[in-house]
Write a protein of this length. Structure first.
Length: 559
């Protein structure tokens, strides 16, 4: 078997069979159909990669179509954010940007056809009455008394609905199918409802709006879509999708369903994400803790990492939950190859090197990225007073603590061996300063006498470092299943954001620009936040150094 061979998933098998039989004349034309009622999230990234990726593989086309059928929840802000996210992921729809609202007149004409065929009728029942008459999975529904209206009466009422004669919710247009059908979606579903609400594109032209189920398949047909790929929750809607198209006798795409993405420690419901935003649990849709693409982008995720993640999880017909550690692994693996290395001290502890010459400054060579030596080296200043991490010192170290302690020697990255000789505390007993000595013979390497140290610490020069704010982000929820216990907000992680204001960074980071990413040695991967400006740098932690997914894989492989 070839090394790069990838077994085909069921979507490819279906398309291959269609191409073999000539069902669509060898064409492959997909679409990505978001509703503009929120920001895209990582689950949408999977759908985007499938829709655009399939079209690309088969030399076909992929449309971007906004299914904007509910003006009460849709905004231009969402439309623009969706387009930005898709482009950021690396996909383009060319001149094929469409809206369901482009087809409102045509959809209205299609509805007239069904009314004239006796396949649709105007219903006066309230939403609650419609629900009650619908029945259950074990009990058939009951036919509405308005089901027997004549074609002429239905045409007249439907025209008056469009003209705005009736208040919101007074009437609906329903398909006349089968109230005893085992599939509840086939029990006379609603096609149009009355809403006197302006639309973000059509203004006040319409006061009746098509439902998603009615608009979706016909919009696919109008655009000449061949394969309507959607998530598994629409599998039960496929008979209705097919029924509408068959009754109208128009071009009939093939609907194909795949399992949506579920991710540990994450909610991917637009309703719940909106709740987090509106109730101020997070700072907007692009909060770096959010699973939205704008949030992930702000946190420092790369489109390459997300596309790789989507490739690894693949396509399935079975709903599963993916460990978020895999997503983090994909980012870590991508940034490890591309991120320049820098030294940063997030919780600084002052260190005075007593025997280092007063006023002397050395420029030490530091590697920008050991994974790509073509990125070269940089100069890092070293002086008498430096900062190290507070966590890298223990006055009374536990057994397996190998970092700095009284009388102990460690290596400073790219610099020298130092030994702690004294500890300075404030009046409350807090350690505020260390005094050390250095061995000038150990610059950039080992000791000439062969002695070894067990730890290497990162550091910055106190006289040359720059100040920065660093935001440490953690998972948004405390439990792998946020819905555990019935209320996802009760599992919100109050420690999901920690802000450090007095961080010390090496001077090479002085001119870092928003969106740039770096590895802070030993600490993780960090991205410059959009709120940064000259004189006030803000870094977001994208992901830490520790790769839990790699350990999971090794354990599964028995290593």
């Amino acid at each position: 078997m070839a090394e790069n061979y990838k077994p085909k998933d069921f979507i490819h098998e279906i398309i291959d069979e269609h191409n073999r039989t000539g069902r669509f004349g060898g064409r492959v034309h997909t679409r990505f159909p978001p509703e503009p009622n929120g920001y895209l999230h990582i689950g949408h990234a999977k759908a985007i990669c499938i829709d655009f990726g399939i079209a690309e593989e088969y030399g076909g086309l992929c449309n971007l179509r906004f299914d904007d059928t509910n003006p009460t929840k849709e905004e231009v802000e969402y439309v623009e954010s969706i387009k930005e996210d898709i482009r950021w992921l690396g996909f383009d729809w060319g001149n094929r940007e469409y809206y369901a609202s482009d087809y409102f007149e045509k959809l209205y004409e299609f509805a007239i056809i069904l009314i004239k065929k006796g396949k649709a009728y105007v219903c006066d029942c309230s939403p609650e009455e419609v629900r009650q008459m619908r029945g259950t999975l074990t009990e058939p529904g009951k036919e509405c008394i308005h089901r027997t209206r004549s074609v002429e009466e239905n045409l007249n009422l439907f025209e008056r609905m469009r003209a705005g004669e009736f208040p919101d919710g007074a009437k609906t247009l329903r398909a006349k199918i089968d109230m005893k059908h085992p599939n509840l979606n086939m029990r006379d579903p609603i096609m149009y409802r009355i809403m006197h609400v302006p639309h973000h594109r059509t203004g006040d032209k319409w006061c009746i709006y098509p439902t998603y189920d009615w608009a979706h398949g016909q919009s696919d047909s109008i655009e000449g879509i061949t394969h309507s790929i959607c998530t598994l929750e629409f599998e039960d809607h496929r008979p209705l999708y097919d029924w509408f198209l068959d009754e109208l006798g128009i071009h009939h795409p093939q609907q194909i369903e795949f399992a949506r993405l579920n991710l540990t420690y994450t909610v991917l419901s637009k309703r719940k994400l909106l709740q987090l935003v509106e109730q101020k649990y997070v700072d907007g849709w692009d909060d770096p803790r959010m699973p939205t693409l704008s949030g992930l982008r702000r946190r420092g995720y790369t489109p390459e990492a997300i596309r790789k993640f989507c490739e690894i999880i693949g396509v399935s017909k079975n709903n599963t939950v993916v460990d978020i550690a895999l997503l983090e692994h994909c980012l870590r693996d991508d940034l490890n190859k591309r991120a320049p290395r820098r030294m940063a001290v997030l919780r600084p502890l002052k260190v005075v090197i007593d025997n280092y010459p007063e006023g002397q400054v050395e420029e030490l060579d530091a590697i920008n990225n050991p994974e790509d030596m073509g990125m070269g080296i940089r100069k890092v200043p070293f002086s008498k007073i430096i900062y190290i991490e507070q966590d890298d010192f223990r006055e009374d170290p536990p057994k397996e603590f190998y970092r700095l302690a009284p009388g102990r020697e460690v290596r400073l990255r790219y610099a020298y061996f130092i030994r702690c000789v004294d500890v300075v505390k404030d009046k409350d007993g807090n350690i505020v300063e260390l005094h050390c000595t250095y061995d000038p013979k150990t610059r950039g390497g080992d000791a000439p006498d062969g002695r070894k140290v067990k730890s290497t610490l990162h550091w910055v020069s106190a006289d040359h470092c720059i100040n920065a704010e660093v935001r440490l982000y953690d998972r948004l929820f405390k439990t792998p299943d946020p819905d555990e216990g019935g209320d996802f907000l009760r599992n919100f992680n109050p420690e999901s954001l920690k802000v450090l204001l007095n961080c010390k960074l090496e001077p090479a980071l002085k001119d870092a620009k928003p969106g740039e990413f770096f590895q802070f040695e030993r600490l993780g991967y960090f991205c410059v936040d959009r709120d940064s400006k000259p004189g006030k740098l803000i870094f977001n932690r994208s992901v830490n150094i520790k790769d839990t997914w790699a350990k999971i894989e090794a354990r599964m492989a028995g290593k």
